[in-house]
Design a protein around this ligand. Structure first.
Ligand code: EPU
Length: 430
């Protein structure tokens, strides 16, 4: 079992390099099996979600090579099955992208239902609505989503919810559908644009990704390609918030600053300095910022995946502030753990009211999901004394070498391996 031990109150200084985007990688890897060609994907983050997806497509028959930790070569020519087994995807929420990709490749797909997550239900009704509009028959039985189509044909699809997953999945299923598919009320996140760019490199004809209306003209078939994944907006934001909470002068390198606009604006409102370059942002903070109002929204709004980290920063800042979560119904479960560190937060439905200025002190806490884990790390940086974070496996899903990167900036953080039978950490807080 792994833990993080963090001793807070050290300033952060220097440069940190951001890896490729997790949420683009977990869409692009399944997209690669929509062709029988070879795809070389670069700037792949070295994280557990990628490793798990690689295992899942290998079990289907794909041959994956990783000549270096950030390059993945996928040869899908020998894929022989359209049925994904539960064990290979039970740890990956994004397994549902195999549905769209296998529908394009074989016109049939059977994929285990994605599990619920620690911040609530994860419905896929909009994905299914899209597949059905394209001509597929979809049923759910024995824990599997089963989709079959004689032919896929273009359709006009209006999403009732702005949804990243269904926007990408419908694109995946529509790339070879006959005629034109229109997705209205599409999500606009950077990883949607990245997945569309990847599919276009494979021969697809997708226009409008990054806007509310995406048009897909079906093509005969896809082919292999070479592609480089965009930098991770959420990893970048996590380091910007870490710099803001700890104080210091940190340059977050290898990013697309535009993707960070809402966070940069909020950090400036809080009294931090954020300077922008072509592919970097420099955050300067005295570690004593003042609170603001934040509301999560789909892109270009404030990302829900930075909400837990922002809550920790606000708890360590001064004055009152509110964070309203509009994307997920129940994404404040981690607050109980932040309170163990002394954070003063009251959750009322979708709003967390934060009373800044509390004295934060280290304690034993547990991550309840990936971004909740990042939030605990942020809070620990502001704590007096030692914080021990359990359930590090959640953090491993989405952050590459986080302890090395923070350590290089000056944080006192160690990954500690302990015996699984150690009673102090055997009870996981899920
Ligand atoms: N929704 C529906 N029906 C659907 C799909 C979604 O009602 O068919 C609802 C959801 O319940 C939620 C909202 O729509 O309330 C948005 O869900 P979305 O489909 O956008 O989420 P997702 O695609 O499942 C991705 C990211 C999440 C991120 C959300 C929102 C991936 C693999 N995951 O999830 O990332 O929070 O978009 O931006 O891309 C993370 O990285 O920590 C993470 C959870």
């Amino acid at each position: 079992m792994e833990l993080f031990e963090i001793i807070g109150k050290t300033k952060l200084n220097g440069e940190v390099y951001i890896n490729g985007a997790k949420n683009a990688a977990v869409a692009i890897i399944p997209a690669a099996i929509a062709t029988g060609g070879i795809c070389k994907i670069e700037n792949v983050p070295d994280i557990e979600d990628v490793e798990n997806l690689k295992t899942a497509i290998t079990k289907l028959g794909a041959v994956c090579e990783r000549p270096d930790p950030h390059t993945l070569i996928i040869d899908s020519s020998k894929i022989s099955s359209h049925i994904v087994d539960y064990n290979s995807v039970k740890k990956i929420r994004a397994s549902y992208y195999m549905l769209g990709a296998l529908l394009t490749r074989y016109k049939k797909a059977e994929v285990p239902l994605p599990g619920g997550c620690n911040f609530g239900e994860r419905p896929i009704d909009q994905h299914i609505k899209g597949f059905e509009a394209l001509g597929a028959t979809v049923k759910i039985e024995h824990g599997m989503v089963k989709a079959y189509a004689d032919n896929l044909r273009g359709a006009s699809i209006y999403l009732d919810k702005v949804s990243v997953g269904s926007t990408i999945n419908i694109m995946l299923a529509a790339v070879c559908a006959k005629g034109v598919t229109t997705i209205e009320n599409a999500a606009k996140e950077p990883h949607i644009v990245d997945t569309a760019n990847f599919l276009n490199m494979m021969g697809a004809n997708i226009k409008g990704a990054g806007t509310e209306i995406i048009k897909i003209l079906g093509v005969e078939k896809l082919h292999g390609c070479e592609y480089t994944i965009i930098p991770d907006q959420i990893e970048a934001g996590t380091y910007m918030i870490a710099a803001a909470v700890a104080g210091g002068d940190v340059t977050v390198q290898n990013i697309i600053p535009k993707h960070m606009d809402t966070l940069s604006i909020k950090l400036r409102e809080m009294g931090g300095i954020v300077e922008e370059g072509d592919d970097f942002l420099r955050v300067i903070s005295d570690g004593n910022l003042k609170n603001v109002e934040v509301k999560t929204m789909s892109y270009p709004g404030f990302p829900t995946d930075l909400q837990p980290q922002m809550t920790a920063l606000m708890a360590a800042s001064s004055g009152m502030g509110n964070i309203t979560e509009t994307v997920w119904e129940n994404r404040f479960q981690y607050v109980t753990e932040l309170k163990r560190l002394g954070c003063k937060i009251t959750v009322d439905g979708r709003v967390a009211r934060i009373e800044g200025g509390a004295k934060l002190t280290g304690a034993e806490v547990h991550a309840t999901d990936l971004r909740a884990g990042a939030s605990l790390i942020i809070a620990a940086l502001a704590c007096e004394g030692k914080t021990t974070i359990g359930n590090v496996r959640y953090i491993n899903r989405g952050y590459e070498a986080i302890e090395e990167k923070l350590g290089a900036l000056g944080a006192d953080i160690k990954r500690v391996f302990i015996d699984d039978s150690d009673e102090r950490y055997s009870e996981e807080m899920n």
